[in-house]
Ligand binder design. Structure first.
Ligand code: URP
Ligand code: ZN
Ligand code: ZN
Length: 464
């Protein structure tokens, strides 16, 4: 691979903004300093007027995932291509342990799904559905394979939900092996009672998905997850946190010094229940879990990002086509496949609404979309920073480029956008993955299958 010198740009890391050049060779960053001599490299790129960012890391995606009676519509090729176009160079997706089987089998299955398809580097969390005694050792095996995090569900009874004993056992194991438990925190049993009652009353429209999942059911589960983690002496990471009630639980835990972490997603920051209340069947496009919340929650989530009570913004990208997949729940909202698309637009949305509207600095933006997920999920400093020795995952970001989101022009394999018509400033121009140009002027030019599986490091208890 030829050496590459990116000149005249502004390098933005989570902790610094510097006018400097970036020298890349052998897929890694070789030098970062002003005025690197041009004869150091075979290829020179002029980044005048552009920001040079570490590639985005989306720590929560569901590609090619069987769920809700169908399979998410993006596979590892279409999903990672769309991610790259939006400036994301790493994802962490989820393999699912089938009940009664070994987690190792699921890991092999997901490696096959990615093989020949992944356009960017990827890691895998393991979704734990069954934790017999052998399963505890299984977890240690997976940590050795670079699966440094496990997701457990307190929701979706009769599908992915596990009981508190399973959660607690898994947490105790991660207290020993250094991995991280990611928690889908909603009280699934309580929600199920409310859902069944709504259906019995003939309330079948998509909006009842949101109206049957109160914020207290999220907050209660967050509280319980953190309490169990505290007893187990383990850290915990709350995924797709959506409400002020839930955030208060994380904040209180962090104020007590506990290693509790949480992410939110663009949909919770930018869309609300009020936006979809009168959409009728179209509301199925916004059926994901947790659901959209009342608008008053949004400023609290932005504040959470600013004050570091929320550390990460990921997408929970789990696309289902409106026409033929969301339609599975035409007569019953509880049968609408849960999930929404967003892998392509995370950086654009966060840059425009987060940095552009003054919620946080460009450095905090980099931290939320790249550096913090790299640290929390065991990829730092290989990923998440532009420093000597790091992978040359680089985004040349044009902070003034304007862009309107539309399903007509996006690259995700799904027939709608949750952010249709959003007008944004700031977009990825060129994207490098391990020094290879994979997006040039917004066009994907990389090869499917070039993405590598990432063996992530368990933190070994170094959380505080
Ligand atoms: O609705 C959602 N979030 N679908 C994906 C699965 C999950 O719970 O993360
Ligand atoms: Zn979830
Ligand atoms: Zn998810």
């Amino acid at each position: 691979m030829p050496t590459l010198l990116i000149q005249n740009g502004t390098i933005v890391n989570a902790d610094s903004t510097v006018r400097a050049d970036l020298l890349i060779g052998g897929g890694i960053v070789k030098d970062v300093r002003p005025a690197i001599p041009p004869n150091s490299a075979q290829t020179i790129v002029d980044a005048t007027g552009l920001l040079i960012l570490p590639g985005g890391i989306d720590a929560h995606t569901h590609l090619d995932m069987p769920f809700g009676g169908t399979t998410s519509s993006d596979d590892f090729e279409t999903g990672t291509r769309a991610a790259a176009i939006g400036g994301t160079t790493t994802i962490v997706d989820f393999a699912i342990q089938a009940r009664g089987t070994k987690m190792r089998t699921a890991l092999d299955t997901w490696w096959k799904k990615a093989e020949g398809k992944a356009c960017i580097d990827y890691g895998l969390h393991m979704i734990v559905t069954d934790l017999s005694d052998a399963g505890l050792e299984d977890m240690d095996d997976l940590v050795r394979e670079g699966v440094a995090s496990f997701k457990l569900f307190m929701a979706y009874p009769n599908a992915l939900m596990v009981d508190d004993a399973t959660i607690f056992k898994a947490m105790r194991q991660t207290a020993k092996n250094g991995a991280l438990i990611c928690m889908h925190a909603e009280n699934g049993s309580v929600i199920d009672v409310i859902v069944q009652q709504a259906l019995a009353e003939g309330k079948t429209a998509p909006i009842y998905h949101a109206l049957t999942r109160p914020t207290q059911a999220e907050a209660e589960a967050v509280h319980r997850a953190i309490a169990m983690a505290e007893i187990a002496g383990a850290p915990v990471y709350i995924v797709h946190l959506s409400s002020e009630d839930a955030l208060n639980q994380v904040r209180e835990a962090r104020d007590r010094g506990l290693p509790a972490f949480a992410e939110t997603c663009p949909q919770y920051l930018l869309l609300s229940l009020e936006d979809v209340a009168d959409k009728g069947w179209e509301g199925a496009k916004y059926v994901f879990t947790p659901p959209l919340r009342e608008r008053r929650n949004q400023p609290k989530l932005w504040e959470g990002l600013r004050k570091d009570n929320l550390q990460v913004v990921s997408t929970d990208h789990c696309p289902f086509c409106f026409e033929d997949q969301k339609a599975l729940g035409k007569d019953d909202f509880s049968k609408i496949p849960n999930g929404g698309p967003g892998i392509e637009n995370r950086l654009q949305l966060l840059h425009h609404h987060g940095v552009g509207k003054g919620h946080f600095s460009i450095n905090r933006f980099v931290e939320l979309v790249s550096t913090a997920p790299a640290r929390i999920f065991g990829m730092y400093p290989k990923k998440g920073v532009l420093a000597v020795g790091s992978d040359a995952d680089v985004v040349l970001w044009d902070p003034f480029a304007s862009h309107t989101i539309s399903a007509a022009t996006h690259h995700m394999r799904v027939d709608y956008s949750m952010f249709e018509g959003f007008k944004l400033r700031g977009n990825a121009r060129d994207v490098y993955s391990r020094g290879e140009l994979i997006v040039s002027k917004g066009n994907f030019i990389g090869k499917p299958g070039r993405g590598q599986y990432l063996r992530r490091q368990a933190r070994g208890g170094a959380w505080k």
